[in-house]
Design a protein around this ligand. Structure first.
Ligand code: NAP
Length: 493
């Protein structure tokens, strides 16, 4: 990858107030990553607009006890900003957030972020070839390029169950640290990636813990360990590449031949058998779908937490919520002082929460009324000079999301440079290229474990049942496809 020493935008040096080359929405991994690469490419007239008062995205929001990454940190970080001294192989949330702060500070991105600024709408002005961006407080920006980096796991979902709980209740992504759990009866709804981290972290404090499991997750051992040595760059690259290929080798079972997941299932079942001796509990914790269909989880302390005498596991749908407890599927009323939702996120409507209007008045909300769709998960026909990060079909089930984010960021920077180099005003993917790409995506998707594994997951759009979130191939294939712009797939005007 080469970066230009000279600015590629001829008139970018002295931008008028709020007149920019690029507006980036969101200061999480995606927003900071693309900002860093724009900066390195000499494209410096950009602003990140961030609705919160701090950067970090999900790593700022999720402060629940036990929050940590389930991808090894040497791989869950930017290749261009590798950290020499992670404390653990799977770093805890505060360390990842500190890493992002450090990247932003060293690269001068914090100063170019406007916090407390929520984008309400953005419209493409064809005459001027500019995006007009308006924030909820009425601030206006004009920019040649618009990058949505609002994240996929940004809007927590609290299920609409009948009844109202009288005590403290909160979602794992909005953990209420003012609530003292010591000696309390706590009910937890959900057994996904978040719950399996916070339940073991609180189990020692609480008097009673009731876990409501609708679908049993597959759990693998977590091969975590301390990492105290400061690594020099060649060693860091070696470890990163090695971890990348270890994860990449798992892709085949997810995206090509789910039958290959049988070995993973045996490993996970062995983990369950070793950690849970009670046959009845073990049966209730055994998943009934192909491993990998829902996110494959890793934990050494989830099952032991559930075997503790003061912990109960209730399976099936939650029937309702009462003022002082939760009613389980079998009608049992489980009393609780505190209710915690580990019930996940709405990943399908993040970008369209903003009113985005493209060429000829087309609204993104209408273009995506049957679910998200983009070319390479990044560009959308009818929306010139607009890019979406961590949007449609760019999520991974088997490798580090940061690798995908970086590939998208490089592709976006290439598109921006292409516009300026060719003295064009805009770049837009053709409708044919987008359609062809999405037909390929859904065709590939049919071969994945997410389709054939016999589960319902949050990867599927509730409107259509189509998986519009995950990339249905290897990470290497995404890197290959985003490496070079296919000129015929775009119109430069
Ligand atoms: P999730 O995986 O979507 O899990 C939500 C849980 O809530 C599921 O067990 C779900 O059951 C249950 N649930 C939802 N609605 C329910 C209802 N009405 N009644 C009963 N149960 C209900 O959410 P999450 O655990 O927050 O994780 C979301 C994603 O965040 C993960 O898949 C992962 O990508 C990411 N994450 C990553 C890390 C990391 O270490 N990198 C850590 C945490 C989260 P069903 O399975 O039956 O739907």
């Amino acid at each position: 990858m080469t970066f230009l020493a000279e600015p590629v935008c001829p008139d970018q040096v002295v931008p008028r107030a709020n007149e920019l080359d690029v507006v980036i929405i969101g200061a999480g991994f995606s927003g900071l990553g693309v900002a860093a690469l724009l900066d390195r490419a000499g494209i410096r007239s950009f602003r990140i607009l961030e609705e919160a008062s701090d950067l970090g995205g999900v790593w700022r929001d999720n402060t629940y006890p036990g929050c940590a990454c389930d991808i090894p940190s040497p791989l869950y970080s930017f290749s261009f900003d590798q950290k020499a001294n992670w404390t653990r192989l799977f770093a805890p949330q505060p360390e990842i957030l500190a890493y992002l702060h450090d990247v932003a500070r060293r690269r001068g991105l914090t100063d170019r972020t406007r916090f407390g600024t929520r984008v309400a709408r953005a419209s493409w002005d064809s005459a001027d070839a500019r995006w007009e961006v308006e924030t909820e407080s009425g601030e206006r920006y004009r920019a040649r390029f618009l990058i949505s980096a609002v994240g996929a796991l940004h809007h927590p979902v609290v299920p609409d169950l009948p009844g109202v709980f009288a005590g403290p209740a909160f979602h794992s992504a909005n953990w209420d640290h003012s609530v003292d759990l010591q000696g309390k009866r706590v009910a937890v709804i959900g057994t996904g990636a978040s719950a399996i981290q916070f339940v073991p972290a609180i189990v020692d404090q609480v008097a009673e813990l009731a876990v409501f499991q609708r679908t049993a997750p597959w759990i693998m051992p977590k091969l975590d360990r301390p990492m105290s040595t400061a690594w020099f760059p060649p060693h860091r690259w070696y470890v990163r590449r090695r971890l990348f290929w270890i994860h990449e080798n798992r892709a085949a079972g997810f995206v090509q031949d789910p039958v290959r997941m049988a070995q993973t299932a045996r490993y996970a079942r062995g983990h369950l058998n070793r950690q849970v001796s009670d046959a009845d509990l073990r049966a209730r914790l055994t998943p009934d779908y192909t491993v990998g269909c829902k996110r494959l989880l890793i934990s050494n302390d989830w099952y032991p937490a559930l075997t503790r005498p003061h912990v109960s596991v209730h399976t099936g749908d939650v029937r309702s919520i009462g003022p002082d407890g939760v009613v389980a599927a079998d009608g049992t009323v489980v009393p609780a002082d505190v209710l915690i939702y580990g019930t996940g996120f709405d990943a399908h409507n993040n970008v369209t929460r903003m009113a985005i209007t493209g060429r000829a008045g087309v609204r993104l909300k209408d273009a995506w009324s049957q679910g998200m769709s983009a070319y390479l998960g990044t560009t959308v026909a009818g929306f010139p000079n607009m890019f979406v990060m961590a949007g449609p079909n760019t999520g991974l089930g088997h490798n580090s999301q940061i690798v995908m984010i970086e590939a998208q960021a490089r592709h976006i920077v290439d598109c921006v440079k292409r516009v300026w180099r060719s003295r064009a005003r805009s770049i837009e993917v053709t409708a044919e290229a987008q359609l062809r790409f999405n037909e390929w995506v859904q065709d590939r998707m049919a071969h994945t474990v997410w389709e054939s594994g016999g589960c319902r997951s949050w990867y599927q759009d509730p409107r259509t049942g189509r998986n519009t979130l995950l990339w249905p191939d290897t990470t290497v294939e995404f890197l290959r496809r985003t490496r070079r712009i296919r000129r015929l797939d775009f119109v430069l005007s």
